[in-house]
Design a binder for this molecule. Structure first.
Ligand SMILES: C[S@@+](CC[C@H](N)C(=O)[O-])C[C@H]1O[C@@H](n2cnc3c(N)ncnc32)[C@H](O)[C@@H]1O
Length: 245
């Protein structure tokens, strides 16, 4: 696709928010690659920009927690001046990126969203879970995490769906989540998996129990995802289940 065609597709002129996948550049979409290569300015946190640094032809703009307001104000000025501006985020921007989206939109107006491959999709693939049998929760919440905590415990108690939970670095990490589940009445023996650094060098998985994870003193990466498989009996085949109806 030519750059002209790309520009037509993204009209009206908006800042483009691009999901860059879970970290390995092989998980970048072709569309993301094109948007980044065609941009005059590519903004994002340093760890996210590192995923796409080979693709940036224009100017890179590193956001930090302390400079993001002024950097995004500058990005908005460039956007108004007609520059093609892209902001990158990890994974897919439609999952657990609401705060960033709101911040960019406050400065630059409504953004165009270019989906990426989410870390939760990779976690589903690693654990062989159907996404349609899985509920997704993030503790990266803007207004406290109490509501999300209650919802997670309630969903875990029913046991009907697999749960995928993003911890909150560094205040509510995998052991705290397991302790919350125990306190909420989840059995200590229930299997639980922690994936770290999915698709990246050093990727790991830990298959353990809720009790053992709650007692763990280990360090966990900020790139950690918890999978709590559903607790229903899946030992019978679909035919066996149908014959009981
Ligand atoms: C602010 S959220 C953004 C999620 C992203 N929008 C997505 O779709 O993957 C950041 C959290 O995503 C999870 N995450 C992102 N990339 C990951 C990876 N490669 N491995 C494990 N967890 C990851 C971690 O829980 C991390 O703290």
């Amino acid at each position: 696709m030519s750059t002209d065609k790309l520009k037509q597709e993204t009209a009206p002129h908006r800042v483009i928010l691009v999901g860059v996948g879970p970290g390995d550049p092989e998980y970048l979409t072709v569309r993301a690659v094109r948007e980044i290569a065609a941009a005059d300015v590519v903004a994002g946190f340093a760890t996210v920009l590192a995923v796409v640094e080979q693709l940036i032809i224009g100017q890179g703009m590193v956001l930090t927690y302390s400079n993001q307001e002024e950097q995004l104000a500058e990005l908005a000025r460039m956007h108004t001046a007609g520059k093609h501006c892209v902001v990158c985020c990890y994974g897919d921007l439609n999952f657990s990126a609401q705060e960033l989206i709101a911040r960019v939109e406050r400065h630059c107006g409504k953004v165009e969203r270019v989906s990426g491959i989410s870390s939760v999709q990779v976690a589903c693939a690693r654990a062989a879970l159907a996404m349609d049998e899985t509920l997704f929760f993030t503790l990266h919440a803007r207004e406290g995490i109490m509501e999300a905590q209650k919802e997670i415990v309630a969903a875990a108690l029913t046991g009907k769906r697999n749960l995928i939970i993003l911890p909150l670095p560094w205040s509510f990490m995998p052991p705290q989540i397991a302790a919350m589940l125990l306190q909420g009445g989840i059995e200590g023996e229930r299997p639980i998996i922690v994936y770290q650094k999915l698709t990246l060098l050093g990727e790991s998985q830990r298959r353990t129990t809720v009790q053992q994870l709650a007692e763990s003193q280990d360090e966990f990466s900020d790139l950690s995802i918890i999978v709590l498989p559903h607790s229903l009996d899946t030992s019978r085949t679909a035919d066996e289940k149908a014959s009981n109806l």
